[in-house]
Design a protein around this ligand. Structure first.
Ligand SMILES: [Zn+2]
Ligand SMILES: [Zn+2]
Length: 277
């Protein structure tokens, strides 16, 4: 398998970090986890595309994690030469979001259907709302979901990909919790969204300090990785985005609690895990 952090950014626009999105390339195809700002631009850089996705998984429905869902729906539709429903897995509420996105695109869908004679089907999605257990299987690949804790955002889920040779967990936004521990147990890799408590807390600005109570700090993520015997911890969704050259500070904070491999993600960082895809 290959894990590619397509977007290592957060809700705050950043010129060098796209919004949250992680691509896991497997023998069952490309699995995309979250679809934040700029996801398809970053996907294009690694030869991935909306049309070729085997499935899309949403950890939760916060806007920064689904900003470009409409782009995926439209791009998949207009670049396919036969109907190709997009499989979408996410927590309760996902179906209503997808329906609303499709409604938002209604005029565009009409324009394109009227213009292209060979395009006589609408974009379509197969949405499965999930909470726990196996949600996707294909080739030797299994994707499992478990509830996470991002309260007051409810429900939220994390995912684990197993291909028989290795396992990758995509946590999404969450504080440490039992569901995440379940997913992480013995995992080879954990991709975890994090924020720097030590930088945000002193600012004393309520709009920022509010986010501390529903995200993991770097130290929290490191403790989750250590507690569950994870091999590699990938830090992403970096808040605040580290100025170039300061990534080592993030790594050092994680190292205080975790002695495996630590990766502070940049967009398009590509990590091999288990057997080659
Ligand atoms: Zn969130
Ligand atoms: Zn987020």
């Amino acid at each position: 398998m290959q894990t590619i952090v397509l977007g290592s950014g957060s809700p705050l626009p950043d010129p060098s970090r796209a919004g949250p999105a992680t691509l896991v390339r497997t023998t069952a195809g490309d699995l995309l986890f979250d679809c934040g700002r700029g996801v398809l631009m970053r996907a294009a850089a690694v030869g991935a595309s909306a049309g070729a996705l085997a499935a899309l998984f949403l950890t939760h429905l916060h806007s920064d994690h689904i900003t470009d869902l409409n782009d995926i729906v439209t791009s998949r539709w207009v670049t396919s030469f036969q109907p190709s429903p997009l499989s979408v897995f996410g927590p309760a509420g996902t179906a209503s979001v997808v329906t609303a996105v499709e409604a938002m695109l209604e005029l565009d869908i009409g324009y394109r259907l009227a213009h292209h004679d060979d395009l006589d089907w609408r974009p379509s999605t197969d949405v499965v709302e999930c909470e726990r257990g196996t949600v996707f299987t294909g080739a030797d690949v299994r994707v499992t979901a478990a509830p996470t804790d991002h309260a007051p955002v409810r429900p939220t889920v994390g995912f684990r990909v197993d291909d028989g040779s290795a396992s990758v967990v995509v946590a999404g936004d969450t504080v440490p919790c039992a569901g995440l521990d379940e997913l992480c147990s013995g995992a080879d890799m954990l991709v975890h969204t994090v924020i720097r408590r030590d930088l945000i807390e002193p600012l004393g600005l309520a709009r920022l300090t509010d986010v501390l109570d529903y995200h993991s700090s770097v130290e929290d993520a490191a403790r989750t990785a250590a507690r569950n015997g994870v091999g590699t911890l990938v830090l992403t969704h970096l808040v605040p985005a580290p100025p170039p050259g300061t990534e080592t500070e993030w790594e050092a904070l994680a190292r205080e609690h975790f002695d495996g491999t630590v990766v502070v993600a940049d967009d398009l960082v590509t990590l091999e895990v288990g057997a080659a895809t």
